[in-house]
Each structure stands twice: as C-alpha cells, then as structure tokens.
Design a protein around this ligand. Structure first.
Ligand code: M6R
Length: 599
C-alpha cells in the first residue's frame, strides 16, 4: 500500500525522501512523488510508474533545493494510476501539500461541500479533499487546522502535511494506517515504516490513532485532538539497517527464506526456556482471524490446537469475520495473526470481537503495530523486518507461535505430561535444523522448478495438516510466479476438480502426515490415472511414494504436528525458483502490496 516519508532538517530533503521511498517500495505502488518546501515555495514533482521515473525526473533530487519535504508512493484506490492522481496533492493556491495513506470514506460528501464553496478538484482521489479542507480551515495555525480536519474526515489515514505559510514544520497524523516519527539530531522524519528512516535514526515515536505530531528541525511535539500536549516514550529500534537490506542476495524473498532457521529459533527459544506461556483462563472455544498466509497459519492452528486440547477452534478470513456477526461469548479466545499488525480487515475484525468483551491474543511480528497495541496479550514472532511481499520467514515464525500456543493451552488444561513437554520442546528446538536441511536441498528443489516452471495450472493436494500447508504452498506459487494454482483437500478432488486434470497437469501432492499416507497414495494414483504429473513431498523413509509420483522431495522426520515447518520452506523455495525462471518481479509481484492497509 502507499508509503509516506517526510524530512525536516539541515540537509537537502529531496535525496533523503527518494532514499526513504526506495525503502518503502516493497509495500507496493504504482506512482511516486515529492513536495519540497524551499524559501516559502512548495514544488511538487510526481509521476506515474516506478520510483526510477521520479528519480530521473528530478536528477536524484539534486534539482530540488530545500530542507523540508514530504514524499509518497501511491497504490491506487480512487482513480487510476496517473501523474495527476499521484501524491502529493496541493491546495489550489499551492500553499499546502499533503500525502496520504488510507481511504477517506466520506470524501464524496466533503468534495461536494468544498465544491459548493468554490474549490476546484483536479484529481479523482479521495486525498485531494484534505488539501482543500486544509486551505478552507487554515487560520494561521496548521496544528489547529489539522485538528479540525480530523473531526471532519471518516476512514483511515496517515497524513503528512506542509504549508508555505508555516515553513518551519511538518504536521503528521494517523488513524488506522501506520506512521512512525523518527527523531534525529537537528532533523526529524516521518515514515510509513521504520526501514525508511533507519539509516538516520533508531529513535522513534510510535504514534497512536488521532495523535498529531508537529515536527520542526529541532524537535517533535505530540498533541491530541484537543491540542493538548502529550508525552510519549521513545521507542528505540533494536535491529540494524542490514536487516532491511538485501545483503548480497538477489532478492529479499530468498534472503528471508535463508533467515528462517534463526527467526524460528528466536521465536521459540526464549519461551521454551521460560516454560511455555501462562494462560490465565481456559477458553470454551477459540476463533482465529487473519488474512492471506496468516489465515493459512490459522488453519494449521486449528488442527493442532483441537488435537492437543479438544477446544473447538474456528478459523476465519478477517474480511468475512468482520461482517458475518460471529457468535462470540466472553469465554471465547480470539487469536489474531498478522505479520504487519496493520492489515485493515484484521484490525476491523479484532475490533468487532473486542466489542463483545472477548479476550484478544495477538500473534504479531511488527512491534508496536496497531494489532499488537490493541490485543490484550501479544506473542511476538521474532522474524525481524520482512520486506518481500510474499511472506516466508514471518509465516514460519507464526507456525512456531501457534505450536507454542497449543502446547501452552494443553499445559494450562493440566494435560501436558512432563515427558510430552520435554519431547515437544526438543522437537520445536530442532525445527531450525530441519528448516536448514530443506535449505541445503535447494539445488534439488531448483531442479524440479526447472522441470515444471512452464506449467499453466497447478493443483496442490494434501490431507489434514498437509491440506493447510497446500493452501500456503499454492498461494506462494501463484502470487510470485503468476501461474494459476489451487489447493484442495486430496479427498475433495473427486467432487468436481478432478475434471480439470488432463495430460501433463502438474499436481503437487503433500504427503507428510504418516496417518494419512496410504490415503494420499490413493489420491496420487487417481490423478496419475488421468494424466497428471505428480511432484510429491513426503517424509524421509516413505520411499514407497516413488512408485506412483514422478518426482519426490523429502522432509526430515519430525512429530506429525510440526511437519509443516520444514515442508513450507521447501514449497517457498520451489515457488521462488519457478518465479525466478519465469523472470518475475519476485519481491514486488504485480498488483500486490506488502501491508494491506485498506479494506
Ligand atoms: O501483515 P499480515 O500478516 O496481516 O498480512 C496478511 C496477508 O496480506 C499476507 O499474509 C499476504 O497473504 C502475503 N502476501 C502472502 O505472501
């Protein structure tokens, strides 16, 4: 989704803004722009397409003098990607410029009102109303102006605003859209995400909804909407810029897969040392809500938690849950899973659940994100920054987190015997090694990718946890390689989908679940009999599968609950190599955004 940066200080702003926008490219965008305030004049440069276009247009920023500015990468929602619709947007006088992430839901009403007052709109965006509203309300005090705007607009927003009438400041505010303030020495920053400012400072303010930040060169002051000053502790980011850079790898996705063993170890190690999580109250039932890959983790969670605790678990896509009026009692534990902690649908679903008094347990990667802040309890996945749009290491750490939650619940129920605790603990601590073993097989995985990268359509099949895993394997493949792909419970294929299998159709059969292995063999035979080419994923030792599959990739033996961990690394690498052979833009697949901050 859109990315915002802002700079105020003593250095030339434009190159810093371009550099910051580059770090936010991973969020997904279709146009980019900056506004620079220099000697009481605002100059806007913006263009459709890649940041490179903007860079060339302004000679890497050198063409634009000035030490104050705001920048934006736009992911179109209202109006097509075009130069005009790109941000920043300005008031008609050109004295106010604004960048925005989110959606102003009542923009039509506001536009009508402002039009009746004589304002002319040049773009199709919702954002332009902010620029004109700012002009309409401006009374010589930008802080008061923004407070009035907040009272008028509905929806989600992160805003950065500059005005040539108050040329010593940037004003920023957020609601349901991410925005951090970076605190430097003689310079300050705003950004949609930390990597954009990490080169300059590790000190930040994580601002809350409707808090207004006034940035000058010398400091940052935070206010509420009543214009009362508020105090905020500085949050110091404890990871380095190298964590958000490619470090010699060709793609972030590959680098992030390589980081999985360490990320999983970081997530499980401290909790296993402390002796699992404390669960104060055993829930009657659980709801897991999430989107995309995080939702797929939820499905794994359902299988594992129900098996280990017999507590009923429902798993929902957040965008459905928020509108389906789910039955939530005060003894329902609602588990919300999100890498970014800023996914709009997931936040909305969390709030729906919270209204009922249910307890919210967040599994979140980004510290201080909205979901982390709004959950009653948070289990942080320690994956570090994830830049590639396709999630890999965050998914792996989320899996580890649901295993920890399942075991902790079993312990709280008094059903986890000391022997089990030791055995499961040992297996969880082995996961990093098992994942590394998959990484060591990368040449073999690449070989299979080279055999199948021209596939037109792929089916993933599996049973039980392998079905949950197939959903993620299939999503990974399609989102980065653009090959049509679907996942099915292997037993479900005969209920319609098998009619799509023809000579040469690739079926990836995941068969790591010992108890369901024979059933999977039958399903493989069924699709083979209809001409499918089968690449199987099985557990070491189950070589019988070679009799019916065309190729087999093996994962090491582990407890059946934990097989998704090594197996997903294998499927992620397969998707990566396929996309690479097809020449796809792996880290930034078309139409996708890393953090989906609009509904
Ligand atoms: O940040 P979140 O975990 O809430 O994001 C949820 C999904 O948007 C995300 O998992 C998405 O499906 C990934 N691109 C998949 O690789």
């Amino acid at each position: 989704m859109c990315g915002i940066v802002g700079y105020i200080g003593q250095q030339q702003a434009a190159p810093i803004l371009l550099d910051g926008l580059k770090k936010l490219e991973y969020r997904g965008y279709d146009s980019a722009g900056i506004a620079i305030l220099n000697k009481d004049t605002i100059t806007v440069s913006k263009t459709k397409g890649r940041l490179k276009n903007l860079y060339n247009m302004i000679d890497g920023g050198n063409k634009l003098p000035g030490t104050i500015g705001i920048g934006h990468t736009r992911w179109a929602t209202h109006g097509e990607p075009s130069d005009i619709n790109s941000h920043p947007h300005t008031s008609t006088s050109g004295k106010i410029a604004v960048v925005h992430n989110g959606i102003i839901e009542n923009y039509m009403d506001l536009k009508e009102y402002l039009t009746s007052k004589g304002y002319c709109f040049v773009s199709e965006t919702d954002t332009e109303v902010i620029a004109h509203l700012a002009d309409y309300y401006y009374n010589g005090n930008l802080l008061e102006t923004i407070a009035r705007i907040i009272n008028k607009v509905e929806g989600s927003y992160a805003l950065g605003l500059i005005s040539s009438d108050q040329p010593d400041r940037i004003i920023a505010v957020r609601k349901d859209s991410p925005l951090v303030v970076g605190l430097g020495e003689g310079e300050n920053f705003i950004a949609s995400d930390i990597p954009a400012i990490l080169k300059y400072t590790h000190n930040t303010y994580l601002i809350e909804d409707k808090e207004i930040a006034v940035l000058t060169q010398d400091g940052v002051t935070l206010y509420n909407t009543d214009i009362e000053e508020i105090h905020r502790e500085i949050f110091t980011v404890d990871w380095d810029i190298s964590a958000a850079e490619k470090g010699g790898y060709e793609h972030f996705m590959f680098k992030e897969i390589m980081e999985e063993p360490q990320s999983v170890l970081n997530t499980v190690g401290p909790i296993l040392r402390q002796g699992l999580l404390t669960i104060d109250k055993i829930p009657d039932c659980m709801h897991i809500i999430a989107c995309g890959s995080a939702y797929h983790v939820g499905i794994v969670g359902k299988y594992v938690i129900e098996s280990l605790t017999r507590i009923p678990v429902e798993v929902d896509i957040a965008s459905e849950y928020r509108y389906r009026n789910p039955i939530i009692t005060e003894n329902t534990l609602v588990v919300v899973i999100s890498q970014s902690g800023e996914t709009a649908d997931t936040i909305a679903a969390l709030r729906e659940a919270k209204k009922t008094g249910a307890k919210i347990f967040g599994i979140v990667n980004v510290v201080g994100s909205s979901i982390a802040r709004e959950s009653d309890e948070v289990l942080y996945t320690l994956a570090g920054p994830e830049i590639a749009v396709a999630t890999t290491k965050a998914y792996s750490t989320q899996l580890a987190a649901v295993y920890l939650l399942a075991l902790s619940l079993r312990k709280a129920l008094g059903q986890l015997t000391p022997n089990e605790e030791k055995r499961y603990g040992r297996e969880l601590l082995r996961l990093p090694n098992l994942i590394s073993a998959m990484i060591e097989q990368k040449d073999k995985i690449q070989y299979y990718a080279s055999r199948y990268y021209n596939a037109r359509s792929v089916f993933f099949i599996g049973r039980g946890l392998d079905y949950a895993l197939s959903l993620e394997g299939s999503l990974k493949l399609k989102e980065i390689s653009y090959i049509h792909s679907e996942a099915y419970g292997a037993g479900e294929l005969k209920h319609g989908t098998i009619s799509l299998i023809e000579n040469g159709t690739l079926v990836i059969a995941v068969a790591t679940q010992e108890a369901l292995f024979e059933k999977m063999m039958n399903n493989i035979k069924e699709v083979k009999a209809r001409g499918a080419v089968v690449l199987a994923v099985a557990t070491e030792g189950n070589t019988k599968i070679e009799e019916c599959a065309d190729g087999v990739l093996y994962i090491p033996k582990t407890d059946p609950f934990f097989t998704p961990s090594p197996a997903i690394t294998l499927l992620q690498l397969f998707a990566y190599y396929v996309a690479s052979l097809r020449g796809c833009d792996i880290d930034k697949p078309r139409n996708l955004a890393k953090s989906v901050t609009v509904e």
